[in-house]
Design a binder for this molecule. Structure first.
Ligand code: NAD
Length: 346
């Protein structure tokens, strides 16, 4: 592990095997300096166990950064279950995963991520109390997407203030990629604020209903990069900011909820060189983990969530201002602040 390319000073990495339940899982704990490590559980058909380890190492480090930027009393961790989430799920698998989480005695809190649903997590919760994002229970916080979406909307406004000195979105043109749980709500908030929307999604029924509700015009998935808009809001896939799309985008602001938007960190530098304002993804999309953090604290408190969300947007504005002053990628500035907050050297 210490020689692994994705190793970044992780505190510990745990491998779990339960033959009867068919569980093969890795839990990576990047940091517990700010509090117990928290981050979702992903189920994916990894090509190799090394690919699973790489994902766990990278994603857990990402959670340390995200939780630090949201100023939460949480460290960073992530779980990956090796398997096909469409064909290999069972209650026993998730109960065994619950046992795995429980064996860490609270050093790691889990929740849903790609391939894992609240129903799956309810089986894990039969074996451990260190599960969040549940639909039911004393402090259950439910679906975090509306809070994520509100954070993205407030983040778009913070970017507008940085770009134009004014966060009035009426008459601004926005291209939205992905109108699922987060993107759909972002569209509603943007439309209410008077923005003109052009949207896309591969799910055509969903696309039609969001277009109807918001008056948006619709384009094919690949055409979203070619729109003549002020703002591009990615809310679907990762790695969509790459040399190919960069050559096509003509917006001033990129601000959306999707994770891992930059194909490589140097794309952030190129955005800065072109004078684009980019909201680092793990800062602007921190609303969901703030919501989950309230559940982890034991008592769900909507006022605390709102206060943390407002503070997150102040942090985002500070990152944008510093990036502009220093003519650097906002991702570089955010990484630096996150590393400082988790006690890593600059
Ligand atoms: P979701 O699955 O509800 O929505 C994603 C949407 O993107 C779907 O409607 C899907 O059809 C669409 N999509 C997939 N491929 C596409 C393509 N090629 N072009 C256009 N659209 C495409 O997921 P979500 O919960 O809304 O999350 C969206 C993004 O935000 C993800 O990257 C997720 O990791 C990130 N995120 C979500 C939360 C949250 O609270 N849900 C929190 C932080 C980050």
């Amino acid at each position: 592990m210490f020689d692994h390319a994705a190793f970044a000073g992780h505190e510990s990495v745990h491998h779990f095997h339960d033959r009867e339940a068919g569980l093969r899982a890795i839990i990576a704990i990047h940091s517990t300096r700010r509090g117990p490590a928290a981050g979702g559980c992903r189920m994916w058909k990894y090509a190799s166990s090394d690919a699973a380890l790489t994902d766990a190492l990278r994603l857990s480090q990402g959670m340390s950064y995200k939780n630090a930027m949201a100023d939460l009393p949480l460290g960073g961790g992530k779980a990956v279950i090796i398997g096909d989430s469409h064909t290999e799920k069972s209650p026993e698998l998730f109960r065994a995963f619950g046992d795995a989480v429980n064996s860490l005695a609270g050093r790691y809190w889990t929740a849903e991520d790609v391939g894992v649903s609240p129903t799956d997590m309810a089986f894990a919760a039969e074996r451990t109390k260190y599960v969040a994002g549940l639909a039911e229970g004393a402090a259950a916080s439910g679906d975090p997407s509306p809070v994520t979406a509100r954070g993205v909307f407030l983040g778009v406004k913070a970017c507008a203030r940085q770009a134009w000195g004014d966060d009035d979105l009426s008459g601004r043109k926005v291209a939205v990629q992905g109108v699922g749980h987060v993107g759909g709500r972002v569209c509603e908030l943007l439309a209410e604020a008077g923005a003109t929307l052009v949207i896309t999604d591969v799910h055509s029924d969903l696309l039609r209903s969001v277009a109807k509700a918001t008056g948006a015009s619709v384009v094919e998935p690949d055409a979203i990069y070619d729109q003549d808009v002020d703002i591009f809001s990615p809310n679907a896939l990762g790695a969509i900011l790459n040399p190919e799309t960069l050559a096509r985008l003509s917006c001033r602001i990129i601000a959306g909820g999707a994770n891992n938007q930059l194909a490589t960190p140097d794309i952030g530098d190129q955005l800065a060189e072109r004078g684009l304002i980019y909201a680092p993804d793990y800062v602007i999309n921190g609303g969901g983990i703030i919501n989950v953090a309230s559940e982890i604290s034991g008592v769900f408190d909507a006022d605390w969530v709102e206060q943390k969300l407002q503070r997150l947007i102040v942090t985002l504005s500070e990152v944008l201002a510093q990036a502009a002053t220093e003519s650097r990628g906002a991702n570089r500035v955010a990484d630096e602040i996150a590393r400082r907050r988790i006690g890593e050297v600059g």
